[in-house]
Write a protein that binds this ligand. Structure first.
Ligand SMILES: [Zn+2]
Length: 203
């Protein structure tokens, strides 16, 4: 972070002139309401890029392999992550099916692809996708990305099902177990100040 710019506090709307550099793990708080504005991180750009690519690979694994297997009274059933949406679709819950697919797969993936493209745009002059539009898209997407909510829902459901059937957790489940907290970690590092300083650097 070398370029100073002003940043409006999300809590109280105070316009704050951000410091040119923020030391590693140092928090910048709003002087009026003490809301955390930004946190310093060495090599944030490279770190976030590496973590985002890792998260995208985990999402690919989560969508490719089996998620959970159930067996009870001699009958076995294996489901994959995308079936959480397609099963709803087959029961004619079209809108709910679309929302589930969006919240747990499409929007987190779109967020991660956007952050990767914004970081890559800081290294090159010609941009296929403009960083400012991607940044705005990420702001809209983030509140609707619910990977961790879905994971907690699955864990609660498993506690209820485990008495009724033999449950075995497949590779896709473990990939998503790592993906959900990793996504939250990435989103916590990509605060508005850092995101828009990358977008400024890309211009
Ligand atoms: Zn404030």
């Amino acid at each position: 972070m070398t370029k100073a710019h002003q940043h409006a506090c999300l809590e109280c709307d105070l316009l704050i002139t951000m410091p040119r550099t923020i030391s590693h793990r140092t928090n910048v708080h709003c002087p009026r309401c003490n809301h955390k504005i930004a946190i310093g991180h060495n090599n944030a750009k490279q770190y976030v890029l590496a973590m985002s690519v890792t998260a995208l690979i985990l999402m690919f694994i989560a969508c490719t392999f089996s998620f959970i297997s159930f067996s009870s009274n001699g009958q076995a059933r294996t489901i994959n992550l995308l079936q959480t949406s397609t099963e709803l679709y087959s029961q004619e819950y079209y809108f709910v099916s679309f929302l589930v697919l969006s919240f747990i797969v499409l929007l987190p993936t779109l967020y991660l692809l956007s952050v990767c493209l914004i970081i890559l745009n800081t290294y090159q002059r010609s941009h296929i996708f403009p960083s400012a539009k991607l940044g705005r898209l990420m702001s809209y997407i983030l509140p609707w990305s619910m990977a961790e909510v879905f994971l907690i829902g699955v864990l609660v459901a498993l506690i209820k099902v485990v008495d009724m059937a033999d449950v075995s957790l497949a590779p896709s489940f473990w990939a998503y177990v790592i993906f959900a907290p990793l996504f939250t970690h990435i989103a916590s590092i990509v605060d508005n100040h850092r995101l828009w300083s990358w977008i400024d650097n890309a211009k």
